[in-house]
Design a protein around this ligand. Structure first.
Ligand code: NAD
Length: 348
């Protein structure tokens, strides 16, 4: 399949393929837009079934990063890296050194960080070969480190904004939230929600991760294939993308969809389908920008941890603005957010 003809190709500026036979590294970096600055976005390690699946993912994710960074008001364009491989069995220090060389070869036009399957320890190895990397261990009080708790805190502010807009609620006490995926982001989101008095229903393919949130936050566990069917106030997708489609949407029993996973909608029309069913959708790249805000603050030295935390609150007000505009224009929230993001990038 040609990249230029690919369904998910959106006039990306660069798509670069890298192979290192010695370490087994197979990686793709896509730079969607550098209009607002060097392209920022995490690196995902995933055992893609085909090269085409990997290309599709990196094209979609990098475009999402352009929109995310633009909407978060960051001085960064959009990019993303994927490593084709299983993060449980295919990692090695040499592999991440080779990935660091790949990032370095792009001369700073792409800045990497953690995404699914990648840890802070992996990024430390990458940092041995390139300075175009963020999400590194940091001293207490400074910005940086694992972006996941910041992503979760931003989602928490987003859920509060959605609950206020849709349900007229000023607090989250007793709010029922179904969380799909309790990995890095999902775990911290559960923590913030439980502290605010919300009731949690959770599912994950990893039983240990489920048990942890059951033990720590009194969450109710359900089988993975039932989480989207749960009656709840909010569905928070925090696993992988593409879960909201013509098959799943009619079965949802929630008033709000607001979670951290990237590319939750299989197609733009699925956002319209949610609107038709009176389900309020918080556009994923707006609500899950907390991690990249943390990354940008670390990389560009924009402020300390306290300032990052304050900036995360803006995610709530930004979503409220989108919800109100969508109501006024009679459009789905994803289309309103896309138009805003494109306008910001176009202006640059
Ligand atoms: P993670 O790998 O730590 O967690 C994902 C979890 O989802 C895992 O525990 C996995 O077992 C589970 N999972 C996968 N498929 C599932 C299914 N069908 N049903 C239930 N559980 C399932 O990844 P993460 O860092 O927490 O990221 C989660 C999502 O949030 C991803 O889409 C990622 O791109 C997005 N995101 C993450 C960050 C971040 O800061 N880590 C920032 C923005 C967006």
């Amino acid at each position: 399949m040609s990249v230029f003809q690919h369904m998910s190709f959106d006039d990306h500026e660069r798509v670069v393929f890298f192979r290192d036979p010695t370490t087994g590294l197979k990686s793709i970096i896509a730079i969607h837009s550098s209009a607002l600055g060097p392209a920022g976005g995490g690196c995902r390690m995933w055992p893609y079934a085909s090269d085409d699946d990997a290309i599709k993912d990196v094209l979609r994710l990098s475009k999402g990063m352009s929109y995310k960074n633009a909407m978060a008001g960051l001085p960064m364009g959009g990019g993303k890296a994927v490593i084709i491989g299983d993060s449980r069995s295919d990692k090695s220090e040499d592999l991440f050194r080779a990935f660091g060389d790949f990032v370095e070869s792009l001369g700073g036009s792409y800045i990497t960080a953690e995404d699914v399957g990648i840890s802070v320890a992996d990024m430390e190895i990458v940092a041995g070969r390139t300075s175009y990397v963020s999400g590194l261990p940091h001293e207490s009080g400074t910005a940086g480190g694992d972006p996941s708790p910041k992503t979760a805190r931003g989602i928490f502010h987003g859920i509060k904004a959605a609950a206020a807009h849709k349900l007229g609620r000023s607090d989250l006490e007793g709010l029922v939230v179904a969380v799909q995926g309790v990995g890095h982001v999902g775990y911290y989101l559960c923590k913030d929600l439980a502290a605010a008095g919300a009731r949690l229903i959770v599912a994950d393919m990893d039983d240990q991760r489920v048990q942890r949130v059951v033990d720590e936050f009194a969450a109710q566990a359900v089988p993975g294939d039932e989480i989207l069917l749960q009656p709840a106030d909010v569905l928070a997708p925090c696993a992988l993308g593409g879960i909201l489609d013509a098959g799943s949407i009619p079965k949802l029993q929630v008033a709000i969809v607001a979670g951290g996973a990237n590319n939750q909608l299989a197609t733009d029309a699925d956002g319209d389908a949610l609107r038709d069913l009176d389900i309020l959708y918080a556009p994923d790249y707006v609500i899950n920008a907390g991690g990249i805000i943390n990354v940008a603050y670390e990389y560009f030295d924009l402020g300390d941890d306290r300032e990052v935390m304050a900036r995360l609150e803006d995610i709530g007000s930004r979503l409220t603005e989108i919800f109100q505009a969508a109501d006024q224009q009679g459009l789905s929230t994803n289309r309103v957010a896309d138009a805003m993001a494109r306008q910001r990038i176009g202006r640059a």
